[in-house]
Design a binder for this molecule. Structure first.
Ligand code: HEM
Ligand code: HEM
Length: 234
């Protein structure tokens, strides 16, 4: 592999790749579900397939299961690729190269927020609504809006990545090769090092993130936990 090519850490590629893959299937099956049961805002001639709702629910669930690990990664190791305390001042200097990097970080962060909303509103759905023709539930509308926001977020995310790093940057997410330091053989060593540093008090570094990022991370994690708990009381 040429060293000039962008490189993504293996763990990022795995977590980002799984989240992205499950999400894309959830988005496509979501459209098919909408096309089968609803279609009020237009439809395409897909076959009417009632079981698609369950398939969508399954991929939505897979996305929900992997997402907390990705969030954990993005707000810790990947923190510099999310919004920064100085992002706002950089955004009022359009045209400078840093402007695009800042916008890229903003769209990365936006993708995480959009996905939180899509997953949360999905958990508020009831699988009996659409088969019964109940198309006017507030959470159903919220879930539909979440789909539109998610599609916009991914489109912006891809555009910004192409703008700052071109196609090679996009492709770097799908590369299978990894550097020696990233080898899965070292993962057990890394985990035990991480565990012993945690026991020696490194957990206090947790709170060293910028205030707004920490708040956002907590808000996302609380929303995910709430998405599991609230349906238990329905
Ligand atoms: C489907 C195709 C996708 C492609 C080709 C893609 C591509 C990329 C690339 C190339 C980067 C690294 C940017 C850099 O090095 O600065 C990145 C980072 C990121 N992507 Fe995606 N992405 C995709 C989907 C998604 C989706 C669906 C989400 C939704 C949550 C997402 C969220 C993120 C986040 C949060 C980061 C920053 C990670 C970090 O903090 O280290 N991406 N993406
Ligand atoms: C970004 C887009 C979307 C994501 C990430 C997503 C995700 C989810 C999730 C996580 C669930 C809960 C699954 C469970 O508890 O087992 C769900 C349920 C559901 N979603 Fe979506 N969804 C999206 C868009 C849509 C759209 C546009 C529709 C429109 C028809 C839709 C229809 C449903 C239905 C009917 C359910 C209940 C079915 C079930 O729980 O098995 N979703 N979705």
């Amino acid at each position: 592999m040429k060293s000039t090519q962008p490189y993504q850490p293996l763990l990022l590629r795995i977590l980002h790749g799984l989240t992205g893959l499950f999400l894309i299937v959830a988005i496509l099956t979501a459209f098919w579900t909408y096309d089968t049961y609803d279609g009020r805002w237009g439809s395409i001639p897909l076959p009417s397939y009632k079981d698609i709702e369950g398939i969508h629910g399954t991929f939505g669930l897979y996305t929900l299961l992997i997402f907390p690990a990705f969030v954990f990664y993005a707000f810790r190791r990947g923190q510099r690729r999310l919004i920064q305390p100085d992002s706002f001042t950089q955004l009022i200097q359009p045209g400078k190269p840093i402007w695009w990097y800042t916008l890229n970080r903003l769209t990365n962060t936006f993708a995480l927020i959009a996905l939180t909303f899509a997953l949360f509103s999905g958990k508020m759905m009831d699988e009996k609504w659409l088969p019964r023709g109940e198309l006017n539930h507030a959470w159903y509308y919220a879930h539909l809006v979440a789909w539109v926001i998610m599609v916009v977020a991914i489109a912006l995310h891809l555009l910004m990545n192409v703008k700052v790093g071109g196609v090679p940057l996009l492709m770097s997410m799908f590369n299978w090769q990894f550097r020696d330091k990233d080898s899965p053989k070292l993962w057990s060593t890394h985990i035990s090092q991480w565990w012993s540093s945690l026991r020696q008090g490194s957990w206090s570094n947790w709170f060293r993130s910028s205030h707004s990022l920490l708040m956002l991370e907590i808000a996302i994690l609380i929303s995910i936990i709430a998405a599991w708990i609230i349906p238990l009381f329905k």
